[in-house]
Design a protein around this ligand. Structure first.
Ligand code: ZN
Length: 366
């Protein structure tokens, strides 16, 4: 089956976000060019990083954007029962890193391209890098595409088991640095212990998370209808006999659509100001597309559930919204197996995705 072969080829490129994506991008670009697409390569910061924009049909007309990320999450420490970068068939399951998230969608789209009719409106394929490390590729791409007329309808083919999702929270990563004064551990009174300051910060973050939890929004769409905060990593101290002068805490939180992200960072900063300084590392914007877009109506024919809901994870859709797009997240595979050992996509779902992509593109652009 052609789409399975294509997926195998994509999975064989180990595009973990820490590694180059050029080999996979070259394969994807070649397939798009063979189908008559104009291919633009946008170099992104980092070794071997780039985003692809492939387009076909009358330039500047309001057709459709199909988008997915080319990178995958790491496999280290996970109990894989076969080589994660060698697509393995097990019954109806196709096992491999990225099969669900989201090389299955890329493979289905590549297979759908030769099936398309002549395009009267532009079909734009946006393939990004570095999505799994904070949507960095799309962040960079959006800055480079600013001002360009692109279709408003946009499908992000993340694994939603063919449910339509029109909203997700954003994600902001901040680093809190606590500085003390080193001293010999036999004379702690001469120093200032940065880890003890960090402990106060962690307590303050817990209180902040409690306060944010009480501010309920989008209760009809989200399981956790508030700003979720995670105190994620902590590093401090140098040796058992030194009073630590340094401790660093990384924190992630997820603003809801419509919230002022600057205000949330300012609130966090105020809560921990007595003990540490706050630096913003990364921002992935939230996404909220209105109910009832034309694309939603088209997707409804193929959806596994009625209506449009929300997902808890961030996607490139937040960044792409800044280009005037109204993204919907919809694709084959389940997010429940993504990022896990023995990640898989059902072969029937993958085959179905080829037809679904072809029909959606034909409806929007034909
Ligand atoms: Zn993904």
């Amino acid at each position: 089956m052609a789409v399975v072969d294509t997926l195998a080829r994509l999975v064989a490129c180990p595009t973990v976000s820490s590694r180059p994506v050029v080999e996979l991008a070259a394969f994807v670009a070649e397939r798009c060019e063979a189908a008559g697409f104009r291919v633009e390569r946008f170099v992104s910061p980092g070794e071997g990083k780039l985003n692809l924009v492939c387009s076909k049909g009358p330039v500047g007309t309001d057709g459709l954007v199909l988008s997915g990320h080319m990178d995958v999450v790491p496999v280290e420490g996970q109990p894989w029962t076969s080589d994660p970068f060698c697509l393995t068939e097990r019954g109806s399951r196709l096992v491999g890193r990225g099969t669900a998230d989201m090389k299955g969608f890329i493979a289905a789209t590549l297979e759908a391209l030769p099936l398309l009719p002549a395009l009267e409106r532009e079909l734009v394929l946006v393939w990004t890098c570095d999505e799994e490390v904070g949507c960095l590729g799309s962040r960079d791409l959006v800055a480079k595409l600013a001002g360009r007329a692109l279709p408003r309808a946009c499908l992000i083919g993340e694994p939603t088991a063919f449910r339509i999702q029109r909203m997700h929270p954003g994600h902001t990563a901040v680093r809190i640095t606590c500085v003390g004064r080193a001293a010999h551990s036999s004379k702690p009174d001469l120093g200032e212990n940065a880890i003890r300051k960090a402990a106060r910060v962690v307590e303050a973050l817990d209180l902040l998370a409690d306060d944010w939890r009480r501010n309920i929004r989008f209760a009809d769409m989200l399981d956790r209808p508030f700003v979720v905060l995670n105190t994620a990593t902590i590093h401090g101290g140098a040796a058992i006999n030194i009073v630590p002068d340094h401790c660093v805490i990384d924190v992630g939180f997820r603003p809801l659509p419509g919230m002022n992200e600057d205000d949330l960072v300012a609130e966090l900063r105020a809560r921990v100001a007595a003990w540490g300084t706050v630096e913003r590392l990364r921002v992935t914007p939230a996404m909220l597309t209105p109910e009832g877009t034309a694309l939603q109506a088209i997707l409804a024919n193929h959806a596994s559930a009625p209506g449009a809901g929300a997902v808890s994870f961030a996607t490139d859709g937040g960044n792409l919204s800044e280009l005037g797009m109204s993204p919907l997240v919809f694709g084959p595979g389940s997010i429940d197996v993504a990022h896990m050992a023995d990640e898989y996509i059902d072969v029937g779902e993958l085959n179905r995705a080829v037809g679904v992509v072809a029909e959606i593109a034909a409806r929007c652009c034909g």
